[in-house]
Design a protein around this ligand. Sequence first.
Ligand code: TRP
Length: 336
Amino acid sequence: MEKKQRVLTGITTSGTPHLGNLVGAILPAIKASKSENVSSFLFLADYHSLIKNTDSELTHSSSFEIAACWLASGLDPNKVIFYRQSDIPHIFELAWILGCLASKGLLNRAHAYKAAISENELNGSKDMDKGITMGLFNYPILMAADILMFKADIVPVGQDQKQHIEMARDIAIKFNHHYGELLTPPEAQISEDTGILPGIDGRKMSKSYNNTIPIFSDENLLKKTVMKIKTNSLEPGEPKDSEGCNIFSIYKAISSENEISDFQKRYDEGISWGDAKKTLYENLNQFLLPYKTEYSKIIQDRAYVESVLIQGSKKALETSAPLMEKVRKIVGIKGF
Ligand code: TRP
């Protein structure tokens, strides 16, 4: 029998689940997990969240909310290995070993680190590393450990994460070259939708930009947020371009082919931005309703969410423990 492909992805648990998480990562990962030829590892990157956030309450609540969001979106814990990164100590042990192989120069080139440096430059700071933690610098190593610990073949991510998967690949190849073939160099899978869902200001929807559409908020807040989406200043009656339009891009991510072509027609006919937003809001509300209903049930039962994650961690450890034992041995860390 052909070996199943291992698909692994995680979400950093900083902040409340938003539409970008749902349509960009969660729903595609759950869809892929239903295929017979795939074994899925889906996890909460809760230690990654400490890089962005030192508020312990937020770290905790966000981890719970993202977990509940995966479950509300249809993740089947019997089909998928669903776990918390922090429950797998082997990941952190592997991260150290990988850090000893990865060259500093490789990490100097990481986008997130470079962006932080440029910001310091822009602000005229004398210290280029001002406010930059080792957590941010090492971020790609921890991510490489997340991936390599489970011998993932495919890592579905947004475009912005592609470089991290390439780094994980480089590090795996270097490890294998030094110590012998043991780790699996992963491949990124960049889906068309992931990473490009715009936020309400047109940049990628991300907690870091404060431009997200929350998915489990009440209808008023949802409406308010949709009304804030940036548009150009074309008047009602003037034909509008759907390409590059934030409202249209978001609409497209949650609507059927028919709805999309109807909406396109209305753009050609010069729909007003007010009506376009109203249409988006109504569709979004409909789209989110089943997830919301499920979510509000799940968050009532914290013990259930916890038990699912404990079961998931047990299964994940069955994969990570034997590989970690091999890794230790192959690098020469073993009993006398
Ligand atoms: N860095 C990813 C993000 O912020 C989350 C993440 C952590 C991840 N480890 C991972 C994604 C491993 C895929 C594989 O979106």
